[in-house]
Design a protein around this ligand. Structure first.
Ligand code: FAD
Length: 425
């Protein structure tokens, strides 16, 4: 059986795990990441939602998410943001620096939250958006052209166009038109995005779109403008068409989330972090209140891994960090206590505006992100919890999923710097 030792073991390669690994390496630690899959990041829009709506008027988009989080923590000290308020702004700056240096920058809106168009023609609040999605002049547009691809299922320009006028604050005289283009073949979002990186294919698209443009048109595409983690396809299209070009958010799988994952994995490689994908942690050894090691299985091999600090970034039900059975929710590796709720765990109305209660289930932690039991006692000293497996946040309604993952991951990585390598058993 293979033995491995490291200062910091990160279990999970979603946004929280990748942020934790980056920051732990920054602290001079030897870091190993193991993950059974890519988590929610590759499915998500790739935008960083920090906080969407006003606490006092939940139907209103909030103008200053950072200030709203200060108020949130006062009224709801159980929210994961209460544990990371001390590092929130520095974690966002750290993330933005990584993305900018990689050539795939993320930008904030001068209005506090972006209101970005979705494929359904709604607008969604988000705090940080990749430059390819950051529509900064929607309200001033005189004309919008929504372009779809015949080969791409699940993106219907007419649906976007039909609903956008109802949902976005557009100029009264703004016209919205649609156009279907074709590149041939049978394509999924990834293969289409890959094809669009070829200049000949891009020129063909420019040829098909150009006749439908008038001066000052904003052009919306589904999020398939290149598989690579950069913005060159969008920039080349904009130059060729002579109009601003943006990707809108669409249902999974979404390329912008996958691009962000590429950016962070590339950064980790550069920092010398070892990442083993396709590797599942199946068991943990615990002595008293310390994790003394874990067993991981992947690629037909079994590994025993010992680490000074273990960062549990295993996500929620989708990631695999929490498992649900009949009347039972379990944390999947350490069997840590999971906070649920009294009463119904789910709402029959799946899209209930108050959100599904089960989204709030998860692990309770102290300010050092160590798991605690119902009495507030630390259960495991050298295990830190991050991201979607934390209790108390209802990300779909609060619009805070990637914000919580980013900030808690960053803090766990930073805290791991305080653990001495001599602690490795
Ligand atoms: C479809 C979808 C779309 C979303 N869109 C947005 C959005 O647009 N904006 C936004 O802000 N938020 C969005 N969210 C929420 C946001 O993506 C998540 O809250 C956040 O990314 C969670 O990150 P995480 O790292 O905590 O967990 P995850 O991304 O779930 O990662 C968990 C990781 O742990 C690994 N893992 C689990 N168990 C084990 C094990 N035993 N051994 C090894 N590895 C293990 C998984 O394979 C994975 O790598 C979306 C979520 C979903 C599901």
């Amino acid at each position: 059986m293979m033995q491995k030792k490291t200062d910091v073991l990160v279990i999970g390669a979603g946004l929280s795990g990748l942020m934790a690994a980056a920051q732990a390496a920054e602290q001079g630690k030897q870091v190993l990441v193991v993950a059974k899959g890519s988590g929610a990041l590759g499915l998500s829009s790739g935008c960083i939602d920090l906080w969407g709506y006003r606490l006092d008027q939940p139907e209103q988009v909030c103008d200053d998410p950072l200030q709203e989080i200060v108020r949130l923590v006062e009224v709801n000290p159980e929210h994961p943001y209460a544990r990371v308020q001390d590092v929130l702004t520095e974690s966002l700056a750290y993330f933005s620096d990584i993305c900018a240096a990689s050539g795939y920058p993320y930008v904030t809106s001068p209005g506090g939250n972006w209101l970005l168009p979705t494929a359904l023609g709604t607008v969604r609040p988000t705090y940080l958006a990749p430059v390819t999605m950051a529509v900064d002049s929607l309200g001033e547009a005189k004309s919008i052209l929504v372009v779809g691809f015949r080969e791409l299922k699940d993106f219907y320009p007419e649906v976007l166009a039909g609903n956008l006028k109802k949902n976005a604050e557009l100029a009264a005289d703004c016209r919205i038109n649609t156009l279907m283009v074709s590149v041939g073949g049978d394509l999924n979002p990834n293969t289409l995005a890959h094809r669009l990186e070829r200049p000949a294919v891009l020129n063909e698209i420019i040829k098909q779109v150009k006749p439908a443009l008038s001066a000052g048109t904003l052009v919306f595409f589904p999020p398939v403008l290149g598989e690579r983690a950069d913005s060159t396809v969008a920039a080349d299209l904009a130059a060729g068409l002579g109009c601003p070009v943006y990707e809108v958010t669409n249902i999974p799988p979404a390329l912008p989330g996958q691009r962000l994952q590429q950016v962070l994995l590339r950064f980790l490689k550069h920092q010398g972090v070892e990442v083993i994908m396709g590797c599942t942690v199946t068991a943990a050894r615990v002595t008293g209140t310390a994790c003394t090691g874990v067993t991981a299985v992947g690629n037909g091999k079994t590994m025993q891994i010992t680490a000074g600090t273990v960062i549990l970034a295993t996500g929620s039900f989708l990631g695999g960090g929490l498992k649900a059975g009949m009347g039972l929710i379990k944390e999947s590796i350490f069997d840590l206590p999971v906070k649920t709720c009294a009463g119904e765990w789910s709402d029959r109305d799946f899209l209930a505006l108050s959100g599904q209660p089960f989204n709030k289930f998860g692990l309770t932690v102290n300010d050092n992100l160590q798991p605690v039991d119902g009495q507030g006692r630390v259960v495991l000293e050298n295990v830190l919890i991050t991201g979607a497996n934390l209790a108390g946040c209802n990300y779909p309604v609060e619009k805070c999923g990637n914000g919580v993952a980013l900030a808690t991951g960053y803090k766990a990585g930073k805290l791991s710097g305080g653990v001495s390598s001599a602690a490795i058993r």
